[in-house]
Design a protein around this ligand. Structure first.
Ligand SMILES: CCCCCCCCCCCCCCCC(=O)SCCNC(=O)CCNC(=O)[C@H](O)C(C)(C)COP(=O)(O)OP(=O)(O)OC[C@H]1O[C@@H](n2cnc3c(N)ncnc32)[C@H](O)[C@@H]1OP(=O)(O)O
Ligand SMILES: Cc1cc2nc3c(=O)[nH]c(=O)nc-3n(C[C@H](O)[C@H](O)[C@H](O)COP(=O)(O)OP(=O)(O)OC[C@H]3O[C@@H](n4cnc5c(N)ncnc54)[C@H](O)[C@@H]3O)c2cc1C
Length: 706
């Protein structure tokens, strides 16, 4: 499948690059910048294009000159203050209104870049804003024209929204949601109820303190007592003038989290809350004034899929959000590693820690992953735009349905891949910066903790992977019976060659043979076919041995279906990035480094599956594994001198990155020292000084006298 993002030519010339992308200050990083094999400005212009760079500059400079977004080094905000500040910042985002509808229509990638830019500053205001405009607003927008009035109120902040699916006792298992919406045809209203506190809506972003309206998922009951399944409803939870709860609603904040504490996550219980009939989001079904249920989906399963369709948007966005965290963490760790010196070949000369093979091997594969996942998330977003356009125009074609299934399968695995990669990278980057990585001011802890829920929300990673493996396994009948098949995005088309691919063997005879991404790509195609075969065999065996479908599926996850979903998505990411980096239109000045990144990403990801590659007989002998390992090390060493320039391409301005050890000047110690001394209490005597100086303990006073 050809990449969906077109290879763009770098626009403008050296002087326009300089206007849009000013030089970095001279300093300790200059040495590595000079060593780079390519011009970082050309790369940035090539990857993003002039229009997106202008947008990024506009957003970054607006935030930097706005007092509401000022950084206050050394200041420790209480959670309440942080929530207040987050809300004030969110309001400013309304005032900036960075993108017009027209701009978004012309280039939908701009909305993704807006999310990324604001998130790079701080995820709390970013998520608050987009949960309201994107998740709440987007779901309502795609439901039906009858919500036009609501939509207006959303975008001028007359109301503030949240998305309430999860309950205290059910999250991933959406079929287990227990909130009810019972239609009362006498009053033409739905009555919303939480059967008990375990069915309270829980974890809902924006609900804790300020949301006035919620999209509430509930089991719909018609007057005949029939449960029609999961549907969503707009429910007012607070008064828009007082922010006090509406009658029958108990709403509150769930408390401090591990990260994202500017965001108020909340709970809500409903006691006979009446909402107008029109407030059902009639995406999958509706109720007539007499209380008769109707749906354009005759199949209950299809109706359920459609009811949860909007979750794919979040999963795609989270793929990009996580790739952004990867970039932030790497910008800090690589700049640090190029300036931090420890040990050296002689006592006189200490070398930057990036010169160590271990440091390169720990960081550079993540750098390659950042480039590959960034590309993938944007291309998947573009696929989604096509799907969303179909949704808005109420397309009912087979292609639209197939596209929805494929995007669901891809996003259900790309979210896990990207969020886990970022999570592991954030920790590795933290350790790669030694003790300084642990200092909160350097931001790696915040990045790690704010990234963490990406592994859980919008569906737990491990459970979501099952959706992808289910999708892949669903093609097994066609494969067995050699019936031709294809998908709208073509991501499973290679499986038509399954019977041929399953016989492939690793062909490399030297390290050189592994240096292009085509080598890991071929291995991945075999791996997916092999894991598909093994998972299918295992499932059939489990069923033959008398296990129920539920048990059989459950017993096939570890080493089988779970690995299959991961291998498939890694293969897909690699395939797209391979096609992109090998496009003949890539400028010759940039292609070598991009190809190295692609090969490194492919080999490094593949190396985690080496045991299975041996187990299944794709590779054999000691040499094959060594070739792969040596190729990884060779690529790390080739990329080492490009690493600083590669993070310069995506690192946001210092103000946004907000990490003294990650600043573009590379003046590691000066920057840290300055910030430490700005801490408002760094040099002051503690308020409790007398506890030491005056109130001395009487040693042994509390020891047992028995
Ligand atoms: C533009 C600006 C935007 C702004 C963007 C903001 C920024 C981005 C940051 C976000 C910030 C997040 C803030 C947290 C917001 C929450 O966290 S909201 C709560 C999210 N909750 C979840 O995601 C719940 C996770 N669980 C589920 O989605 C589903 O129940 C499961 C696990 C996928 C399926 O469970 P199940 O009961 O086993 O159902 P299952 O039999 O597998 O499914 C039935 C059928 O439906 C299909 N299906 C299920 N889901 C789907 C779907 N989504 N699509 C299509 N088909 C589906 C299945 O594939 C299956 O089809 P077949 O295989 O039978 O053909
Ligand atoms: C910061 C944050 C913000 C959130 N915001 C929102 C929001 O705005 N709106 C909203 O509705 N929700 C929100 N959520 C809730 C979120 O969507 C859920 O937490 C998520 O879907 C996971 O569900 P759960 O917590 O019930 O986990 P559980 O399903 O209870 O999972 C617990 C463990 O069991 C495992 N497990 C569960 N089922 C299976 C299975 N079938 N096979 C194997 N293992 C299984 C999981 O892998 C996991 O490790 C938020 C959560 C967080 C952390």
């Amino acid at each position: 499948m050809a990449p969906t993002l077109n290879v763009k030519q770098a626009t403008g010339n050296q002087s326009s690059w300089n206007t849009l992308l000013p030089d970095f200050p001279k300093g300790p990083l200059s040495k590595y910048r000079k060593k780079a094999s390519f011009n970082w400005k050309e790369m940035a212009m090539f990857l993003d294009g002039e229009d997106i760079i202008r947008l990024k500059n506009r957003i970054f400079s607006a935030l930097e000159s706005d007092p509401f977004f000022a950084r206050h080094p050394g200041e420790e905000l209480s959670r309440e203050k942080y929530q207040e500040l987050t809300f004030l910042r969110c309001k400013r985002l309304f005032e900036y209104d960075f993108l017009t509808q027209q701009e978004i229509m012309e280039n939908p990638l701009k909305i993704l870049n807006l999310v990324i830019c604001i998130g790079m500053y701080d995820w709390s205001p970013c998520l608050q804003f987009f949960l309201h405009c994107g998740v709440f607003g987007g779901t309502i927008l795609s439901a039906s024209k009858r919500f036009a009035n609501f939509v207006k109120k959303i975008y001028n902040m007359e109301i503030f929204g949240c998305f309430a699916l999860t309950e205290l006792s059910h999250g991933t298992n959406t079929k287990g949601i227990r909130t009810t919406a019972t239609f009362d045809h006498n009053t033409q209203e739905f009555i919303i109820n939480s059967p008990d506190f375990e069915a309270a809506k829980f974890w809902v972003g924006n609900m804790g303190k300020h949301a006035t309206h919620a999209i509430v998922y509930a089991q719909l009951y018609t007057p005949d007592g029939q449960c029609q399944g999961l549907h969503s409803f707009i429910v007012q939870i607070r008064d828009t003038k007082t922010l006090l709860p509406m009658p029958g609603v108990m709403v509150g904040d769930i408390g401090k989290k591990i990260g994202q504490n500017g965001l108020d996550n909340g709970f809500a219980m409903f006691h006979n809350v009446r909402i107008p009939k029109e407030n059902i989001l009639n995406i999958t079904g509706d109720v007539s004034p007499e209380g008769k249920y109707s749906s354009s989906f005759t199949d209950v399963k299809e109706r359920f899929s459609a009811a949860l369709g909007s979750l794919s948007t979040g999963r795609i966005l989270i793929t990009a959000v996580s790739a952004t965290n990867l970039k932030l963490a790497l910008s800090i760790a690589i700049r640090f590693s190029a300036t931090r010196r420890q040990f050296g070949p002689t006592d006189e000369e200490e070398i930057p820690v990036i010169e160590y093979q271990t440091q390169q091997w720990r960081l550079l594969p993540y750098l390659a992953a950042a480039y590959a996942l960034d590309y993938f998330s944007k291309s998947l977003f573009e696929n989604f735009v096509e799907f969303y356009a179909g949704l808005l125009t109420k397309q009912k074609s087979q292609r639209q349905a197939d596209l929805g299934r494929e995007i669901h399968a891809l996003s259900a695995a790309s979210k896990p891949l990207s969020s886990w990669t970022a999570q592991q990278a954030a920790q590795e980057c933290r350790e790669a910066c030694g003790g300084h990585g642990y200092l909160a001011m350097n931001r790696l802890g915040e990045i790690r903790n704010d990234n963490d829920p990406n592994c859980t929300y919008e569906g737990d990673n491990n459970v979501l992977l099952q959706q992808t493996s289910n999708y892949l396994m669903s093609w097994m009948n066609c494969i067995r019976n050699k019936v031709p098949f294809e998908s709208p995005l073509g991501t499973i088309n290679f499986l038509q060659d399954y019977h041929h691919i399953i016989g492939w063997k690793f062909k490399a005879n030297s390290v050189d043979d592994c240096m292009d991404s085509s080598a890991p790509l071929a291995a991945y195609k075999w791996l997916v076919c092999y894991l598909l075969r093994e998972s299918d065999l295992k499932l059939r065996k489990e069923k033959q041995s008398g296990h129920s479908d539920f048990e059989a599926k459950n017993n096939c996850q570890v080493y089988f279906c779970r690995s299959l979903a991961i291998a498939f998505v890694e293969q897909t990411v690699l395939q797209r990035y391979h096609d992109y980096t090998h496009d003949p239109n890539i400028p010759s000045t940039l292609q070598p480094v991009l190809k190295n990144l692609c090969a490194l990403y492919g080999l490094w990801s593949l190396s985690k599956h080496l045991a299975v590659l041996y187990q299944g007989g794709y590779v054999s002998g000691e040499q094959a594994g060594r070739f792969i390992q040596n190729a990884i090390l060779e690529l790390c060493s080739r990329l080492k001198d490009d690493a600083v320039a590669l993070v310069d391409v995506f690192a946001p301005p210092d103000f946004i990155l907000n990490s003294p050890i990650g600043k573009a000047s590379g003046e590691l110690y000066k920057n840290m020292w300055a910030e430490i001394l700005q801490g408002n209490k760094a040099l002051s005597r503690p308020s409790w000084w007398a506890e030491f100086c005056i109130n001395k303990p009487v040693t042994g006073r509390l020891s047992s006298r028995l």
